[in-house]
Design a binder for this molecule. Structure first.
Ligand code: FES
Length: 124
């Protein structure tokens, strides 16, 4: 089953300045994640404006039907974060219920978890 990475494309890190930036930090992270996920059959990406975690952006969510949802934040755009997020999503896709063992977590996602949301009862 495919796992979807939802990326907030309106997140702005402290110091972001419209006068000097033509993209938000969220747009930059989204582009990095889209690049890292290209050709990966287990992961889809989508952009969404504001996941309501604005004070601790950049934010993303990892979701799949019938599996635990994970919200993560405090990312800075860049290949390292993007590749770690895509690696984690690929492991989420391979898991039965969305749980990825800690020993398999990519370094880039450690310390970035904001919340874990259980599946709805009728989705089990
Ligand atoms: S702008 Fe990204 S969570 Fe609100």
């Amino acid at each position: 089953m495919t796992t979807t990475i939802t990326i907030c494309d309106t997140c702005k890190l402290e110091g972001w300045d419209a006068a000097t930036s033509d993209q938000t930090d969220g747009e930059r992270l989204a582009a990095d994640i889209e690049r890292a996920a290209q050709g990966n059959p287990d992961v889809q990406t989508r952009r969404h404006s504001c996941l309501m975690g604005c004070s601790h952006g950049c934010n993303i969510a990892i979701q799949a039907d019938g599996k635990l949802t994970y919200v993560m934040g405090r990312f800075e755009p860049g290949a390292e974060a993007a590749e770690g997020i895509v690696e984690y999503a690929t492991k989420h896709a391979a898991s039965e219920k969305g749980q990825v063992p800690f020993r398999e977590w990519p370094q880039a996602v450690k310390g970035h978890f904001v919340s874990r949301i259980p599946t709805l009862p009728n989705a089990d």
